[in-house]
Design a protein around this ligand. Structure first.
Ligand code: PLP
Length: 359
């Protein structure tokens, strides 16, 4: 008896030619170019996870009454495949699998077995291996899940689709590294206690776009959110966690709760502690941030996430003014931590933690 594979292989009938692919990958930007295939797996109450396949990337046919279009039951992950000297590799994919299931729980969606999640991601990277860029680029992977049941009643849906797509991306900082300017929003908040701030769901992003647009209007790259209750404590950026480097070998980062538990954040906390810094997860106020930047106690600040890895924060703007941090450029600690983390991800620095998973 042959065992039916969990993810059936249905290769693309006419994949992109090598010449066309090379042209697309020359300057891919972020999230604009996509590989040939996708993985889909369906879930229903009756059958659980079934009908897994890796096949030609194509639009979905979903019913106009699909629950996701009305009540936004959608969650996602973001991760990258890297081309290393020993072949292709992922960075801590088990953490993405675990986090997707935490998001699923919060959004009343079914969990996906962690090994099936990883198998789906690896299957896609294998079949689309030629889409993993050389050099500074990487293949950005976007696993996501949404409610596909056609039903307008308000309750958790009874059918879902899990999907993984892949997008070759260039270096985040095109034309060389540059510290970012951030806008501290006092009109909008991202998450409240008891809300969905710790879940990686599309709805959080929908609610953050107006604040990001305000940041852009004010000449900033990113928005920084304060807590919803007191409008005082720094939470995170639109899609990145934040760290503050003090003059006494202390590094401060906001505690988990209403923020997204970043895998980059967790990795940096570990690397920083090993490099001899005292890492404090604690509430840090916007008033403190201004005072510490002014007094020089705060030497550096940086944002972190899978897309940019680590981005120094040079200038902070808000309704009543602005201030600079350190030399407004890349700080020493920021660049040291970035070099270490990027090195581990790309296989040029020893991986002491078993974070790199070869494909
Ligand atoms: C994904 C995400 C991050 C960063 O998480 P990583 O696992 O480090 O990529 C931070 N904040 C928000 C809101 C996010 O969605």
């Amino acid at each position: 008896m042959t065992v039916k594979p969990r993810i059936a292989l249905i290769p693309h009938a006419s994949p992109t030619s090598p010449a066309a692919r090379a042209a697309l990958m020359e300057n891919p930007g972020f999230g604009k170019v996509f590989s040939d295939h996708m993985v889909t797996i369906t879930w229903s109450v009756e059958r659980g996870w079934h009908d897994g396949a890796v096949k030609a990337r194509a639009p979905f046919a979903i019913d106009p009454a699909a629950a996701v279009l009305h009540y936004a039951q959608e969650i996602f992950e973001g991760m990258k495949a890297y081309r290393t000297k020993d072949g292709l590799a992922l960075f801590r994919p088990e953490e993405n699998a675990r986090r997707l299931n935490l998001s699923a729980e919060r959004m009343a969606m079914p969990p996906i077995p962690e090994d099936l999640f990883i198998e789906a991601v690896e299957t896609l990277v294998r079949i689309d291996a030629d889409w993993v860029p050389e050099g500074d680029g990487s293949l950005y992977l976007r696993p996501f899940m949404f409610a596909s049941e056609a039903f307008l009643g308000v309750r958790p849906a009874s059918e879902y689709i899990f999907c993984v797509i892949a997008s070759p991306v260039g270096a985040y900082f095109k034309g060389g590294y540059k510290a970012v300017t951030v806008w501290v929003s006092d009109d909008y908040t991202r998450a409240a206690p008891g809300g969905t701030g710790a879940a990686k769901c599309g709805g959080n992003y929908a609610a953050s776009l107006i604040a990001q647009a305000e940041a852009t209007r004010n000449g900033c790259d990113q928005v920084v959110f304060l807590d919803a209750a007191e409008r005082r404590w720094i939470e995170e950026l639109g899609g990145m966690n934040v760290f503050f480097v003090m003059d006494d070998k202390r590094i401060v980062t906001p505690p988990l709760g209403t923020i997204l538990p970043g895998i980059t954040r967790a990795s940096i906390m570990k690397l920083a502690a090993e490099a001899g810094y005292t890492v404090e997860e604690r509430l840090y106020g916007f008033d403190e941030w201004q005072a510490d930047a002014k007094s020089g106690k705060l030497r550096e600040a940086f944002a972190c996430g899978t897309a940019a890895v680590i981005a120094g924060i040079g200038t902070v703007k808000f309704r009543d003014g602005s201030f600079a941090i350190g030399n407004s450029g890349d700080g020493e600690v920021t660049s040291q931590l970035r070099a270490k983390l990027v090195g581990v991800q790309r296989g040029t620095v020893k991986d002491d933690h078993g974070w790199v998973r070869k494909i």
